[in-house]
Every structure is written in C-alpha cells, then in structure tokens.
Ligand binder design. Structure first.
Ligand code: FES
Length: 102
C-alpha cells in the first residue's frame, strides 16, 4: 500500500496478489489519507475512525453505503498507468518509478 502524488492527485496504490488497485487517497468520511490506514487481507481500514473498505471493489464494508473513488489501472511493461479522468486532455498519467506497492 502506497500513497503518492500523480498529476496533482493524491493516489492510493494497493498491490493485492499482484493486482494493482488505484483509489483517491482520501477517506470519504472526513478526508483522511487512506495510505495512513491499515491493510488486512482485502480490507482497508482508515486510521482515523476505522471505516473499512473492500480493496478489490472500493465498496464500503463498514459502513456499507460508503465507496472509494477508483481509477482504472493499466500495466504496460513495468509502468503503472492511471486514468485520472482529469478533464484536461491528458487522461492517462504514469505513476512515478517506484517500488511495487505492497
Ligand atoms: S476519516 Fe476515515 S473513517 Fe473518518
């Protein structure tokens, strides 16, 4: 699990069983950084008030009516490409060259 800035967006990357998921690094409750939370198997827990999310779907577990903002991910060679849908004509940003997030 890794938090990083990409194209002016704070992004959370999670590598779960060699599948990369990308979400806005902002809890839908009170906007804490989700990268400061904990990953327990497929459950992401916000550090601040312990809301929980399914990393595979972004859907809330507790509470169920919450949801993370997901970004489509494409892997090309060793690059992780994110479709940030930024409405500025460059919808795809390449994540900085870093270690693969865990
Ligand atoms: S800010 Fe994440 S649960 Fe409250």
């Amino acid at each position: 699990m890794l938090g990083l800035e990409v194209g002016g967006n704070s992004i959370l990357l999670v590598n779960l069983d060699n599948h990369i998921y990308a979400y806005a690094n902002e809890c839908p409750h009170q906007k804490s950084r989700l990268s400061e939370g904990a990953l327990m198997e497929k459950t992401l827990r916000c550090a601040r008030h312990h809301w929980e999310f399914d990393v595979c779907t972004g859907r809330g577990i507790n509470p169920k009516n919450s949801c993370l903002k997901a970004f489509p991910v494409t892997i090309e060679s060793r690059d992780i490409l994110l479709d940030l849908d930024d409405n500025e004509g460059s919808p795809t940003e390449s994540a900085p060259d870093r270690e693969t997030p865990q």
